[in-house]
Design a protein around this ligand. Structure first.
Ligand SMILES: [Zn+2]
Length: 666
């Protein structure tokens, strides 16, 4: 090693200790036999950190609701049952921690770490001699499933030696107790989240008692695979259909069509396949996604659920909890199955549905977002079962679950930007500015990913290794890109330079030297795709584009100086039909600012030609059902500027298209 490299490594090590997690090795833990092998293994919390705009996004989050919610929202305040108080003792504390804790450690923010640690300490201390933990007044299995996910992340970030024995003791308790006190309601439909933590522990301890517990949870849990093998819920659900208009416990059909339950259940089959090894379990996710796409798919990367499955009309909504849980499911699914398209799906939800339902400062959020969203007001809408507050931006519009659960979205996405390959390499499941710091063949490897993705298609990786090390670097090639241009140290890679390629991936197997640079160019041609009623949706790369409506924000109620409920209204026309022939969308790239999903400074825009369509009107306070295309209009042609969906808080995303060639004025 020459002096320059030595110096660089010293700087690297200095940097490592200054970012501060008291942990030396950031290595993945592979599955232990007899579990099936993952395609890729997640890296522990802290191995991946955000850079660039994504780091700024996490800082905004830390300065917004996530960093301050406990200071004024009682459900996660000091009287929470999860802090030993007499207050909320169900899922809200654990939900909040499931996002606060990874955010705290990724930012290495001492104040946030101290906040998160309080809850972790109380939970660990709360364990009884028989193994049970958590608020004594609520013995529901479900909120504990969430707190266990928190503890797995905490253990990864800190190596705190108390966590593994704590979990063993709890799972022994659960295994003894479940036959007499089986899973019920939410826990019965979300059992896979419990199995997730059981397998996490099994891979670290090899404790033979854990696999029978996983099987017991499976046997007591709802059979999601069967639901999608014979899918009956093909239309919009209503209170009457679901029996929610009657008093009593929530009927099973309502649990089975519940948006968030369905989002969490997107990881059921892959997780269960790890144990069963059955081909039909392995392939079940594809069937599940096909049904959700076909009957409930929305153009923002989600399916509808407001609060129940609601069909494909882009004026239907999807709950924020379902967005972050869908992302978490795709992250697990990608790791287990190694299907490149699951990375495409993850990016689509993360780069559209997630920012689209949060205010720029992350002080307010919606319960339900609509792809075609012309007003966010307290009013009756065509939801399946939700209330009149559901699309307001606020503290807890409609119901407070999303207020507690939204925090995991960005941090878990960051954790999943890099994973380990079973043959000692690294894979890029989703592109974003980030840095991974791990160990390959006993030596430190750091890769810095610099990019303005998803607003640009160029990505630059700089490799830092202690000494020359051979390992594969696997790049996901999104389906929309078709083909990528890859260079190593300025030299174009031909297909013959690539070994071990498989569909949707590009593998660079090399002897990596310090300072090696890989550049990837993903072509981002704008495109229009067909959606509900043959409508047109414009996309570029992983971004979906929308017509932003000039939104006026009016506070309905203030909780603190920063936290308020807002209604959004607009007086500009929204009922346009677009021209698909002629000029086509013109792309304009603008600079990527600290808040790239800000409608005032969109990082990229598309111009399309359009005419107003007078017969498309507001119905039940939403854009009426998008007219079936093609349509005709005599209104004058205009140029519309579309912005990323996430930037347009009032928007039209799915347009009817005109039965004509555009009168292209360019
Ligand atoms: Zn929610």
């Amino acid at each position: 090693m020459d002096m320059k490299h030595l110096l660089r490594n010293l700087i690297l090590l200095g940097c490592c200790s200054s970012v501060g997690i008291a942990k030396q090795v950031n290595q993945a833990v592979p599955n232990r036999a007899p579990l099936k092998e993952n395609a890729f293994n997640p890296l522990p919390l802290g191995a991946v950190r955000p850079l660039g705009w994504l780091l700024q996004q996490e800082q905004i989050q830390a300065n917004g609701l996530t960093g301050h919610l406990d200071e004024f929202w009682n459900d996660v305040g000091p009287n929470s049952g999860w802090l030993g108080g007499t207050g909320e003792s169900w899922e809200r504390g654990p939900y909040y921690l499931d996002g606060l804790l990874p955010l705290a450690y990724q930012l290495n923010d001492p104040k946030l770490i101290a906040k998160a640690k309080k809850w972790v300490e109380w939970s660990l201390e709360s364990q009884r001699p028989d193994g049970q933990f958590g608020p004594a007044k609520n013995d529901d299995w479900w909120p504990r499933m969430v707190m266990l996910k928190v503890l797995t992340q905490y253990a990864e970030a800190t190596d705190d030696s108390r966590v593994l024995p704590f979990m063993r003791k709890y799972f022994a308790f659960e295994k003894r107790e479940l036959p007499d006190r089986p899973l019920r309601d939410w826990g019965r439909y979300r059992w896979q989240d419990n199995v997730y933590a059981v397998l996490w522990l099994y891979n670290r301890t090899g404790d033979a008692d854990l696999l029978p517990l996983a099987k017991l949870l499976h046997d007591q849990g709802y059979d999601w695979e069967k639901q999608f093998d014979n899918f009956a819920y093909t239309g919009k659900q209503t209170s009457e259909k679901l029996g929610l208009d009657k008093k009593g416990p929530i009927p099973d059909v309502a649990m089975q069509t519940h948006g968030v339950n369905n989002a969490m259940a997107l990881k059921v089959a892959p997780i269960w396949w790890l144990l069963s090894g059955s081909e039909s379990d392995r392939s079940a996710l594809a069937r599940q996604l096909t049904m959700l796409d076909r009957y409930h798919g929305l153009p923002n990367g989600m399916f509808s659920g407001d609060e129940h499955l609601a069909g494909r009309d882009p004026s239907q909504g999807i709950e924020l909890c379902a967005v972050v849980e869908t992302m978490f499911s795709y992250e697990q699914d990608f790791a287990i199955l190694g299907d490149s398209q699951l990375g495409d799906r993850l990016e689509r939800a993360a780069y559209n549905a997630l920012p689209g339902t949060l205010s720029n400062d992350m002080w307010s959020h919606q319960y339900d977002q609509q792809p075609n969203q012309i007003a966010c007001t307290r009013a009756h809408r065509q939801w399946s079962t939700n209330g009149p507050d559901s699309n307001l931006f606020g503290l807890e519009p409609n119901f407070g679950c999303c207020t507690a659960n939204l925090h995991q979205g960005w941090p878990k996405f960051v954790s999943s930007l890099w994973m380990a390959t079973p043959d000692g390499g690294l894979v890029v499941p989703a592109y974003a500015p980030s840095e991974v710091r791990t160990e390959v063949k006993g030596g430190p490897v750091t890769i810095r990913e610099e990019t303005e993705y998803p607003f640009r298609g160029d990505v630059r990786f700089t490799v830092q290794v202690g000494s020359e090390t051979e390992f594969p670097l696997v790049l996901r090639i999104p389906e929309w890109a078709g083909v990528a241009t890859v260079q190593v140290n300025g030299q174009s890679m031909l297909p013959s330079d690539v070994t071990g390629s498989q569909t949707g991936f590009y593998t660079l197997r090399r002897n990596w030297k310090n300072g090696d640079v890989v550049t990837v160019a993903l072509p981002m041609e704008p495109r229009s795709v067909r959606s509900f009623h043959n409508s047109a949706v414009f996309e570029r790369g992983p971004l979906v584009f929308s017509l932003p409506l000039d939104a006026k924000w009016d506070a309905l109620k203030h909780y603190t100086a920063q936290s308020a409920d807002w209604q959004l209204t607009s007086s500009v026309p929204w009922n346009y039909a677009v021209a698909l022939k002629g000029c086509g969308p013109q792309v304009k790239e603008e600079s990527v600012t600290a808040t790239p999903f800000d409608v005032e400074h969109p990082a990229v825009t598309l111009q399309v030609e359009a005419r107003q369509l007078p017969e498309w009107k507001m119905v039940e306070n939403s854009a009426g059902t998008v007219p079936a295309s093609p349509v005709s209009s005599n209104a004058p042609s205009q140029t519309l500027q579309l912005v990323p969906y996430g930037a347009a808080k009032l928007r039209i995303t799915a347009f009817p298209y005109l039965n004509e060639s555009a009168s292209c004025s360019k």
